[in-house]
Design a protein around this ligand. Structure first.
Ligand code: AVI
Length: 321
């Protein structure tokens, strides 16, 4: 075996980028798309007509608000904990319903961005002043640790937006298991899963003609340039989306349009690309009921109730232990 020099990295981003670009085939992790610019681009994606996920989930919550709020409610009140709350646009439908029904609850939105939480808190004060809101800033792992601390009464954990789709099945089971470990018998997990559907509709959602998704994907290269001293030319890469109807996996790539060398100063790394070589950047998994049931089972959960839109484009599931 070749002697590998010991390299110390200044950040997880630096280490993961180094490992991904040294790998064959090359890959980068989609979680690093989300810096300030990436967050803004994702907001724009959620407003695009092609990105059906947002409007489908919004419709499901609107159509079923009463049933969902009823399922959540409990005599002693509940802690409604949202992981990755964002702008809370969809959650507000449920909050409004719960307030109108005079259900007792505290809403605890958790997000990595304090900025996002400040804006959410402010908008809730104006739009649903009756709701008791306690924002929590935290990373994904801290958040899971904190979950187990809410044990005075029933808790309902919300994860919207099919965020689980950016994980492999193995990672998804780990994620669900971590949540399950923090749940007691009466607690619930309410989660959105984008569904398998006409492959063209999926490809259109991840390859919009205005090029917003392309810019979102290429933000990985832009971020490597600005934070790690890279000299990627994003225009010399193609945004490429595939969907495999057998596995339900949509995959995003950046494909080098020519043979080229890229230097990343802070990683002391020169990366060579053959013409048409790819970098895999993201998976967006699509599901059906049997796959969701299997994931739940692997994680020690079971599906209690399913809410879908008219075409079953998207579904929200209630899980219990
Ligand atoms: C955040 N996540 C669920 C989005 C998705 O659909 O996979 C991210 C995204 N990637 C391209 N468009 C949207």
């Amino acid at each position: 075996m070749k002697n590998q020099p010991e390299i110390t990295f200044k950040s997880a981003f630096a280490e993961d980028t180094y490992k991904g670009l040294k790998n064959y085939p090359k890959f980068l992790l989609s979680k690093y798309i989300y810096d300030k610019k990436g967050d803004k681009l994702f907001q724009k994606i959620m407003e695009m007509p092609e990105y059906y996920l947002t409007s489908c989930e919004f419709d499901i919550l609107k159509l079923n608000a009463e049933d969902i709020a009823n399922a959540f409610s409990s005599k002693n009140g509940i802690d409604l904990i949202e992981l990755g709350a964002g702008d809370g646009k969809k959650t507000k439908i449920l909050l409004r319903e719960m307030v109108d029904k005079k259900y007792k609850f505290d809403y605890l939105p958790i997000d990595i961005s304090q900025n996002v939480l400040d804006e959410l808190e402010e908008s809730l004060k104006n739009e649903i002043p009756e709701a008791s809101v306690k924002v929590q800033q935290g990373t994904y792992f801290k958040t899971l640790e904190k979950l187990a601390e809410y044990n005075n009464r029933k808790k309902v954990i919300l994860v919207l937006g099919s965020n689980i789709g950016n994980l492999s099945h193995k990672e998804a089971v780990e994620f669900l298991s971590n949540i399950a470990n923090a749940m007691r018998a009466e607690d619930m997990l309410f989660m959105g899963f984008d569904q398998k559907k006409d492959p063209q509709k999926i490809l259109d959602a991840y390859n919009d003609p205005a090029g917003i998704t392309e810019e979102f994907n290429k933000n990985l290269l832009v971020r490597i340039n600005s934070e790690l001293g890279g000299n990627f030319d994003p225009d010399s890469f193609l945004h490429w989306e595939t969907y495999n109807p057998e596995t339900g996996t949509a995959r995003s790539f950046l494909v080098s349009k020519k043979a080229q060398k890229v230097h990343i100063e802070k990683l002391d790394l020169k990366v060579e690309f053959e013409a048409w070589e790819s970098i895999h950047t993201e998976i967006s998994q699509k599901y059906d009921d049997s796959v969701v049931r299997w994931l739940a089972d692997e994680a020690g959960l079971h599906v209690e109730k399913i809410f879908g839109d008219r075409e079953n484009c998207y579904k929200n599931y209630i899980f219990r232990r």
